[in-house]
Design a protein around this ligand. Structure first.
Ligand SMILES: [Zn+2]
Length: 481
């Protein structure tokens, strides 16, 4: 990291600036190591996403809704998602589950704190990750981080918030006096756990990222604040359920919930979710499913009359695959639409980045006839308005040689040269965008194997006022090279 080391070495800076730089460096180093030892597979990550969707789905088909399904058959979809979060047990007043959850949360936070401490101490000692202790601590911490960027926050905050809001009419407090003795001791413990879990959740959400399209990590994706928004949603849900114990404001709740999910879907539509196509499809379908369920419940809330036949459940179950599929088709169409645009006609960096990613994905699969046709179309479209000299842009050479190419690797290389000229064109449109320079660094190293150029691009990215996440990405990539 060019800037941080500069601050640390320069005696001119005040101790406060240095402390800030040192904290940043320590956080970046730990997050970098966690990403390095990440062993998540696509199927494991998809499983976590499925459970996360189940957690959100629960609040859309909550059994407390007085206007929603009331038949024995309606119990099945609820049972299917009941165990993904703790809300149901808390509502039933299951003290055993509540205290077990509380102790698990507190012990987990203590372990996290100790792990971070061990890593930092070992780092200070020899600056190297050589000891077995550090290795296993990092491994443990990496699984924890994976949980708190997916399914962890909702049960965690649900438990802690429930502990803080002690009321006598809550069945969970049966036989326990609020804010005295046993309850007070547990509350103090819960406050300590909260003090560790809030920063760890937000830091993980912020920095447990990978912006590199060539990365093998399943949760690698383009820059987006949607993950942070979902974390805030989880905190909000946990807070709401701990305050409104009897779920009295059902109608306003479900209306807001549906609107929020519509907003999430729109957000998802405008910005690609993950680089991995399997994970991407999965998250799109599951979010559409949650929205569909919330919408169905929202519509039923206006009918007033409680629906005691199975019609509502059938409406939800039969419509859900259809809703997911529709959204998937829309998403794919939009992706192809991005492919057919020209860099010059795009107005925002986000759109350009999206366009370049789609082109890059197609080059990876250039042996596929459909992708080849699309790419050739793009090439022709580009050549028509290309004002560069023959030796300046690869498009002329590529267009005249494309039919004769036999080796697929050679061909890919030429297509990457073409993509390089598109990237250069977009950087000339937004020369100060750290986002595009960062993508260029990834591209130079991973597709063209030009390490020197990649490092140079990282340096330019750093000069152009990157935000915190971009700065961390520079750090992470520089040390992975
Ligand atoms: Zn050209």
């Amino acid at each position: 990291m060019f800037k941080i080391t500069k601050v640390l070495r320069n005696p001119r800076y005040s101790w406060y600036t240095k402390l800030k730089a040192k904290t940043k460096l320590a956080t970046y180093s730990i997050m970098h190591e966690l990403l390095q030892c990440q062993l998540t597979s696509v199927s494991l990550f998809n499983l976590l996403l499925m459970i996360e969707a189940g957690q959100f789905l629960w609040y859309a088909i909550h059994p407390a809704y007085t206007f929603l399904w009331d038949s024995s058959f309606a119990q099945y979809p609820r049972d299917a998602v009941k165990y993904f979060q703790l809300d149901q047990f808390f509502r039933q007043g299951d003290q055993g589950v509540f205290y077990a959850a509380l102790y698990v949360v507190c012990v987990a936070q203590a372990i996290v704190l100790i792990s971070i401490f061990i890593i930092l101490v070992k780092y200070e000692e020899n600056k190297r990750r050589s000891s077995t202790l550090v290795y296993y601590t990092l491994r443990l911490l990496s699984y924890y981080t994976l949980l708190i960027i997916t399914i962890g926050p909702l049960p965690l905050f649900n438990t802690l918030f429930k502990m803080f809001n002690c009321t006598d009419d809550d069945p969970l407090n049966n036989g326990i006096e609020c804010y005295k003795g046993y309850n007070l001791a547990n509350s103090i413990m819960a406050y300590l756990a909260l003090a560790v879990s809030v920063p760890s959740c937000f830091i993980a959400q912020l920095l447990h990222i990978d912006y590199n399209p060539a990365s093998s990590i399943p949760f690698a994706g383009p820059q987006s604040n949607l993950g942070m928004f979902k974390l805030l949603m989880k905190v909000g849900l946990a807070l709401y359920t701990s305050l409104d114990i009897n779920f009295e404001n059902q109608k306003p709740f479900i209306i807001v919930y549906s609107i929020v999910w519509l907003f999430v879907l729109l957000w998802r539509y405008l910005a690609q979710a993950y680089f991995n196509p399997n994970v991407s499809i999965y998250v799109i379908c599951s979010e559409a499913l949650v929205f569909w369920a919330a919408l169905g419940t929202c519509l039923q809330s206006f009918m007033e009359k409680r629906n005691d036949d199975d019609l509502g459940v059938y409406f939800f179950l039969c419509g859900a695959p259809f809703a997911s599929y529709t959204f998937y088709i829309l998403f794919n169409r939009q992706r192809w639409g991005f492919m057919r645009l020209k860099v010059k006609s795009l107005k925002a960096v986000v759109q350009i980045e999206r366009h370049l990613h789609v082109v890059c994905e197609m080059i990876e699969e250039v042996h596929h006839p459909q992708f080849r046709i699309e790419l050739e179309g793009l090439l022709r479209y580009h050549s028509k308005s290309c004002r560069k000299a023959t030796d300046q842009c690869i498009c002329y050479t590529l267009a005249s040689n494309i039919a004769r190419m036999e080796d697929i690797q050679e061909e890919k290389k030429m297509w990457y040269q073409f993509l390089k000229s598109l990237l250069e064109e977009s950087i000339s449109m937004f020369p100060k965008s750290p986002r595009l320079h960062l993508q260029n660094a990834y591209f130079q190293q991973d597709r063209l194997q030009n390490r020197f150029k990649a490092l140079y691009e990282l340096m330019i990215t750093e000069e152009n006022r990157p935000d915190l996440r971009e700065e961390f990405s520079i750090f992470h990539y520089k040390y992975s090279l």
